[in-house]
Write a protein that binds this ligand. Structure first.
Ligand SMILES: [Zn+2]
Ligand SMILES: [Zn+2]
Length: 189
């Protein structure tokens, strides 16, 4: 992992967009099923939020992965924060090695991320959430079952005091999210 890691944080020029912090953090469970499908980026954001990690903290942790023997500098942290932002906004999706690396920062299912990427590309160009949902359905690709609040899934369950979460009577909500408040985010004060 060590020798490939610095390259994973390398961003093409358009991955260096401005940082917009705090816009969609810690959103509570929506009351009704969403009117637009979840994007790969939104999936990452939900899983990061479920791990109570702010964007800045997650990026800083990403920067420590490849260079764990020395403290990462501001440039390295910023590079990783920008790379994570580019993936979370679906501008530059993670490659498989990048996704495997980021999984060391917060839990998510790499297979589900790539499943969502295929669905996302199947619906690229949709002008509305409902059109995107229709295009995804027409693609014949399977939609993963995700908790609509935290985006946990079968192989990536929430860890609770009572053990791993399960599905509630509502197949889009897990037992952990049924009771818990929106997570308090670290590193985004
Ligand atoms: Zn959940
Ligand atoms: Zn869960």
């Amino acid at each position: 992992m060590t020798d490939l890691a610095p390259a994973e944080c390398e961003v093409p020029p358009d991955g260096w967009g401005p940082l917009i912090l705090g816009a969609s953090e810690g959103a509570p469970a929506p009351a009704a099923p969403p009117s637009a499908p979840i994007t790969p980026g939104a999936y990452l954001r939900k899983r990061r939020t479920a791990a109570a990690l702010g964007l800045i903290q997650a990026g800083a942790t990403m920067a420590t992965l490849p260079w764990s023997i020395r403290r990462p500098g501001t440039t390295e942290r910023l590079r990783c924060i920008n790379r994570l932002t580019a993936a979370e906004t679906d501008r530059i999706p993670f490659s498989r090695p990048e996704a495997e690396l980021v999984r060391n920062v917060f839990a998510f299912d790499v297979e589900i991320y790539f499943q969502l990427l295929e669905l996302h590309f199947a619906a690229l160009g949709a002008r509305s959430g409902s059109e995107a949902m229709a295009l995804r359905a027409a693609s014949g690709l399977p939609e993963p079952q995700l908790c609509r609040a935290c985006a946990c899934s079968w192989h990536d369950a929430c860890v609770t005091e009572a053990g791993p979460c399960a599905w509630t009577a509502d197949p889009t909500l897990c037992t952990a999210c049924q009771t818990r408040p929106a997570p308090a985010l670290a590193g985004e004060a």
